[in-house]
Ligand binder design. Structure first.
Ligand code: C2E
Ligand code: CA
Ligand code: CA
Length: 667
């Protein structure tokens, strides 16, 4: 991906919820809780209403019953008293034992009725009862006086009756009658109240229950709606769980699910899975910011979507990685054509805030039934094919067993290489570099070869890329640095002061221990750091520019010289190059070798030389194959030349012979 900045104004990054989740859960749960609480409140009100009504009613009924009983016993007392009076009248006329017994009976009945009344009325009437009994006792006493006077002196008796008996009787009777009336009234009042309460209940009960039912129905509606919203929310969350928040495309999980469905109903060879990776997307994110990165990803998503049919699935797997699932594709060629169309669709520059971004991508294709039987294997195969497309700059690559690092053949080779490092089967050839003008040898580049027991001398291109994909590159680089420094120390001992350059890989720039190892080896061979030069490619730096910068800075601080190898082949941003502690630019041999025949290559080399000098860097041209190239490089002001024209890479002893033979070589 290349960027052409026209304007430096950058859009402020759009504020986005990192998960894109709708945070409505709490808001929706509230009505559900309120509805439940409301329901409970309505039921509580109904219960309180019913209980209060029942209790009030019961209490009023019991009051009425009590008042009626008090009245009844009062009336009973009154009746007995009247009977007593009648008997007193008869006894006053003529004493008779039978009548006397009847009178005693009536008197006892009066007292009993008064006491019963007191028992029914309880504490309220305690004083009244005591008063009635006292009056009754005095009445009886007056009656006894009257009866005994009747026998002796009827005149006194009459007076007695008027003065003692009648007033006591009248007072008692008035009290009892009054009491009876009062209680009848109270009983009637209570009964009337019960009636009123029942009237109210008759009207209020249906009203309150109706209102309660309405409220319950209302709350039920809220609950139902809230449940419906919860279900909708759950569905939305499920959608979100299966889609990428930024582009809205299906995510890896949904791709897998759809892949499984497609495979279940597919004939062999009719399902294809493609993996698409944007080249150098990280660079856009790192140099221009995530807001730009997001716009690029959205644009890519739209373009990919527009390339496929509705039944195909475009998914974003994360970062700058996309996938396309073709559930019904005719054959591998049709899949390849679609991948080509996808690349073309992505080619048009994407404009973001006046910055024009060119998208390059690499696509790997895997066919079901041929390159994998299940989604997981297809994803792996497409991934391997995609990396191969990226490595080889092919754009599109269909999976092939030969690409697979994990194929038995590759795994076997890795095992052999591991043993080769331990057994010292790796050998170094050295290629001299000469300073222009003057042709003084100013250093050598160490280039590794594998002295394979069966295959003979294996070139680095056959095993370095494989080692670079595994941690094996670390011991390999250590081995080369060690062997190169050993040779350098030997030359120094022999009076030949030559710096040695070693190629290092991206993984070495991610390895925090690498700097310590280099320092340790320099110390071991008792060499100053200025003897060692490390060549690192642009792509190795760009794999993780921040980390690379950290490690390169530490190396430069040790005194090691750093060169950017194969310069011009990649797209290192000049701003980044300027900030790196590198001292040399090695112009890629693909520009240098053909420059004598091709003026455009010569122009590129010239501008790189100028650029290097502007940045204060030494420029080295590699791949110098003829005298004309060497002369024009010198004319351009290039500082150092390296190539077959000067000397092929060769073992150390052969190179020593070359040194001796070419002293004073002039270009
Ligand atoms: P390189 O670093 O660009 O090394 C220069 C390559 O160009 C060498 O190939 C060399 O033989 C070749 N060359 C030199 N002069 C000329 C010329 O005039 N014309 C042409 N056409 N080629 C020329 P070699 O030795 O096959 O190495 C290939 C690549 O392997 C190297 O490219 C480097 O990237 C890698 N490599 C070699 N040794 C090591 C190593 O020890 N570690 C690592 N990480 N990579 C290594
Ligand atoms: Ca190199
Ligand atoms: Ca090179």
């Amino acid at each position: 991906m290349r960027t052409h900045t026209r304007r430096s104004t950058r859009s402020r990054p759009r504020r986005r919820d990192p998960h894109g989740r709708v945070r409505a859960g709490a808001r929706l749960r509230l009505p559900a809780h309120a509805a439940t609480a409301g329901l409970v409140a309505v039921l509580a009100v109904l219960t309180v209403f019913s209980v209060t009504a029942a209790v009030t009613n019961a209490r009023a009924a019991s009051d009425a019953e009590q008042s009626a009983l008090v009245s009844e016993w009062s009336e009973q007392a009154e009746r007995s008293l009247v009977r007593q009076v009648d008997l007193v009248d008869d006894l006053a006329l003529e004493p008779d034992e039978e009548l006397r017994a009847e009178y005693d009976e009536a008197s006892a009945a009066t007292r009993a009725a008064i006491e019963e009344m007191g028992a029914v009325a309880g504490a309220d009437e305690e004083i009244a009862v005591r008063e009635w009994l006292r009056l009754h006792t005095r009445y009886e006493f007056a009656v006894e006086q009257l009866l005994s006077a009747t026998a002796t002196s009827p005149g006194i008796a009459e007076t007695y009756e008027d003065v003692y008996v009648d007033p006591h009787h009248d007072a008692l009777e008035a009290l009892i009658r009054d009491e009876a009336k009062q209680h009848w009234d109270r009983a009637n009042e209570s009964l009337a109240f019960v009636g009123d309460v029942q009237q109210v209940l008759l009207v209020a009960t249906p009203v309150v229950f109706g209102a309660g039912l309405a409220v319950v129905a209302w709350f039920a509606a809220i609950l139902t709606r809230s449940r419906r919203e919860t279900v909708a929310q759950a569905e939305a969350n499920r959608q979100q769980a299966l889609h990428d928040a930024l582009t809205g495309l299906p995510n890896r999980t949904l791709l897998r699910q759809r892949g499984e469905v497609a495979l279940a109903g597919a004939e062999s060879g009719s399902v294809a899975l493609m993996l698409i990776d944007l080249d150098r997307f990280k660079e856009v994110n790192d140099t221009l910011g995530h807001a730009y990165g997001d716009v690029v990803l959205q644009a890519v998503a739209d373009r990919l979507r527009a390339t496929v049919r509705g039944s195909d699935t475009v998914a974003r797997l994360g970062g700058d990685e996309f996938a396309i699932l073709l559930p019904r594709v005719v054959d591998e060629e049709a899949a390849r054509q679609l991948a080509g169309r996808a690349l073309v669709a992505m080619e048009a520059p994407i404009e973001v805030d006046g910055v024009s971004l060119d998208i390059d991508a690499s696509i790997g294709i895997a066919m079901a039934g041929v390159h994998g039987e299940d989604v997981e294997t297809l994803l792996q195969s497409a991934d391997i094919a995609m990396y191969s497309a990226k490595d080889r700059g092919l754009g599109v690559c269909v999976y092939d067993d030969a690409l697979n690092d994990h194929s038995p053949e590759r795994l076997g080779l890795l095992g052999q290489l591991r043993r080769a490092i331990d057994n010292g089967e790796l050998v170094l050839h050295f290629q001299p570099k000469i300073a222009l003008p003057g042709a003084q040898v100013c250093g050598v580049e160490a280039l590794v070869r594998w002295q394979h027991p069966q295959r003979g001398l294996v070139p680095p291109g056959d095993f370095i890329p494989l080692a670079e994909r595994t941690p094996l590159i670390r011991p390999l680089t250590r081995y080369v640095v060690d062997a190169a420094l050993e040779q350098c120390a030997r030359w120094r001992d022999a009076g030949r002061d030559l710096g040695v350059a070693v190629n290092i890989s991206a993984r070495n720039l991610l390895d925090e221990h690498f700097v310590d190892e280099v320092e340790e080896l320099l110390e071991h061979w008792r060499l100053p750091a200025s003897c060692l030069e490390l060549e690192v490619t642009e792509s190795a730096i760009m794999a993780d520019p921040e980390r690379a910068r950290r490690i390169l800075t530490r190396l430069a601080e040790c005194g090691v010289t750093l060169s950017v190898d194969d310069f011009g082949a990649g797209y290192t941003s000049l701003a980044q190059l300027k900030d790196l502690p590198v001292r040399q630019l090695k112009i890629d041999r693909s520009f240098v070798a053909p420059m004598a025949a091709d003026p455009s290559n010569a122009m590129i080399v010239r501008s790189v030389v100028e650029l290097g000098h502007n940045l204060g860097l030494t420029t080295v041209a590699e791949g110098v194959e003829d005298q004309a190239t060497c002369e024009s490089l010198q004319a351009m002001g290039c500082d150092v030349a390296q190539g077959y024209y000067i000397c092929r890479p060769m073992p150390a002893d052969a190179l020593e012979a070359w040194f001796d033979a070419t002293v004073g070589l002039r270009v």
